[in-house]
Design a binder for this molecule. Structure first.
Ligand code: PTJ
Length: 254
């Protein structure tokens, strides 16, 4: 039975409900794995606890991530089904704002069909050179058993910095062991990805990516390489995670 959903934009949780609709449509359109719906629900729960807003601490992480992406020689943005459904358009704008970055599709619940749907979705927003889809270029990364172990030799394998939004912990660890700098966007400050990454942005990808683009544009105009390096060296990832945990656990019902 066809169902019509109307979410009035006056609804107090409009943005969250629209995110939910994007994930559901993404599932129906073949972008999102069914397990992605569960992952999204977990994200919603943490987002509720953090107040569905970008905290000052997350803004600092975003500013530092922008600096890291700009000083990198070969940054790669890793795309999975949830990211494609929630923010393909802004991820493609992010890719263009960095200039020299690459986009790579890397799926935990791999199917060829879903990979093709995600590539087509990214192409809709003007990105043609998408890595991770040509089997001849795939190479196994050490110490990883999941499907994510296959990475593109022209992409993640060669990168110095990888942005891995909504990730599972094993690959972040494997990427760290390969000497990569890892940036993640994850609403769960206790996930293994959040704990292992160099820069964890505890925020919703939907809010964080436009802010990341804005910071990249700001730094491109205003910041020296030396200043960007200072931002990176001063960043304390554990402090950011503890800030997020404090905000979540200090909520009180009055
Ligand atoms: O498309 P695939 O096959 O690569 O699969 C993608 C998912 C996300 C299903 C897969 O990577 C997975 O199972 O991830 P996990 O282990 O559930 O981790 C996802 C993390 O992202 C969790 O810590 C969630 O809290 C968090 N998360 C979910 N939605 C958001 C989010 N973080 C930021 N923004 C969100 N919108």
């Amino acid at each position: 039975m066809k169902r019509e959903v109307t979410i009035p934009n006056s609804h107090p949780r409009y943005a969250s409900l629209m995110g939910r609709e994007k994930i559901v449509s993404g599932y129906k359109n073949g972008l999102v794995a069914i397990e992605g719906l569960i992952a999204h629900g977990r994200g919603e729960c943490f987002d509720y606890l953090i107040g569905e807003r970008t905290t000052d601490s997350a803004k600092l992480a975003i500013n530092t991530a922008a600096a890291q992406l700009l000083v990198s020689v070969y940054p790669v943005i890793s795309i999975n089904g949830n990211v494609a459904a929630l923010c393909s358009e802004t991820v493609c704008s992010l890719h263009r704002s960095i200039i020299k970055s690459m986009l790579e599709i890397n799926l935990f619940y791999y199917t060829k069909e879903r990979e093709a749907s995600i590539a087509a979705e990214l192409k809709n927003y003007g990105v043609d050179n998408i890595l991770g889809t040509n089997p001849e270029n795939l190479i196994k990364i050490p110490e990883l058993e999941s499907n994510r172990r296959l990475v593109d030799r022209k992409g993640i394998f060669k990168s110095d910095t990888v942005l891995v939004p909504l990730e599972d912990g094993d690959r972040t660890l494997a990427l760290k062991k390969m000497g990569k700098t890892v940036i993640t966007i994850d609403l769960n400050p206790l996930s293994r990805t959040s704990l292992t990454a160099d820069i964890t942005i505890v925020d919703n990808v939907i809010r964080a990516i436009p802010l990341l683009i804005e910071r990249i544009q700001h730094h491109k105009k205003n910041s020296s390489n030396e200043y960007l390096q200072q931002l990176i060296s001063r960043f304390d990832n554990k402090k950011g995670l503890n800030d997020a945990l404090s905000i979540m656990s200090n909520n009180r019902v009055t």
